[in-house]
Ligand binder design. Structure first.
Ligand SMILES: [Zn+2]
Length: 289
């Protein structure tokens, strides 16, 4: 390559870069309605979403099988299963905006008969509610939508994937990344690293405060856009707090309740109430003959 050509290439690259920067500056990153959350964590990139979703599917199937073996898996015609699936059907179409992959997920919603006050959504859109959370807290549809939105938000924001990456880094296990991953995914039975075992159980994964806050915000936006009253987030956490005074609910062991949480939800209501009002008006207009 001659000198002149090289300089041209260099200038051309600089020009493209300048154009990109200008484009980025003219389109504000948060020019959207609704809640604001931080950038996706770099830790999430340590493991592939594909593998984690496959692992989650296996664990989900195992959970359903165990429940079925104990005659604790609610049948499809169960009224509460229908109710949960109807609520999920309104939220799921909105998930793609937060995670492109979610448009291809094979979503599942099931109910397990157990007094546990618990619910989860695994990576890949695999949702379970326990009868305990519905019965003990006497959840309204709006409150169910808040729990569901919160759990779906964890999956959409890939908090499990991020947590696995973080665990790997903090334990210095990244050096054996490949082997550790196969251990987590149950491929290599010889691997008995405790971290690997922690990572393997996507059901008992405990998220950090930041992830919890993010799931609250994204969850309440999803629920609001789906036509559920986001103010139910406040009553939900009040109920959780009250239930905690008896036997501590399972959900609270991974989801610490408290005034800070409720205050943050309240502070964000003005961002999502207009979305809820609009969804409600659209529904009302639909019903008008
Ligand atoms: Zn959570």
């Amino acid at each position: 390559m001659g000198m002149g050509k090289r300089i041209w290439a260099h200038r051309s690259r600089a020009r493209v870069m300048a154009l990109l920067l200008a484009a980025a500056a003219s389109a504000p990153a948060w020019a959207r309605e609704g809640v604001e959350v931080g950038e996706r964590s770099v830790f999430a990139d340590m493991f592939s979403a594909d593998q984690i979703e496959q692992q989650a599917t296996l664990q989900y199937q195992q959970t359903l099988k165990t429940a079925a073996d104990h005659r604790a898996l609610a049948p499809v015609d169960n009224a509460q299963v229908r109710r949960l699936r109807a609520i999920a059907q309104k939220i799921i179409p909105l998930a793609g905006e937060w995670n492109e992959r979610a448009r291809q997920w094979k979503w599942e919603v099931n109910l397990i008969g157990s007094n546990q006050i618990n619910a989860f959504c695994m990576p890949g859109g695999k949702i379970v509610f326990y009868t305990g959370i519905l019965k003990t807290l006497e959840l309204s549809d709006d409150e169910v939508a808040m729990v569901m939105g919160h759990e779906i938000a964890h999956a959409l924001r890939e908090h499990a994937r991020e947590r696995m990456g973080k665990n790997t880094v903090t334990t210095g296990a990244a050096r054996i990344g490949g082997a550790l991953l196969s251990g987590w995914l149950g491929i290599d039975p010889r691997l008995t690293d405790t971290v690997a075992q922690q990572g393997a159980n996507l059901l008992t994964l405990k998220f950090g405060r930041e992830d919890e806050s993010e799931a609250d915000l994204v969850g309440m936006e999803l629920a609001a856009r789906a036509g559920f009253d986001p103010r139910a987030g406040v009553s939900l956490w009040q109920k959780m707090g009250a239930a905690n005074k008896g036997a501590p609910p399972q959900w609270l062991s991974t989801h610490p309740s408290g005034d800070t949480r409720i205050a943050e939800i309240e502070a964000n209501l003005p961002k999502v109430m207009p979305l809820y009002e609009r969804a409600r008006q659209a529904k009302a207009a639909d019903k008008t003959p």
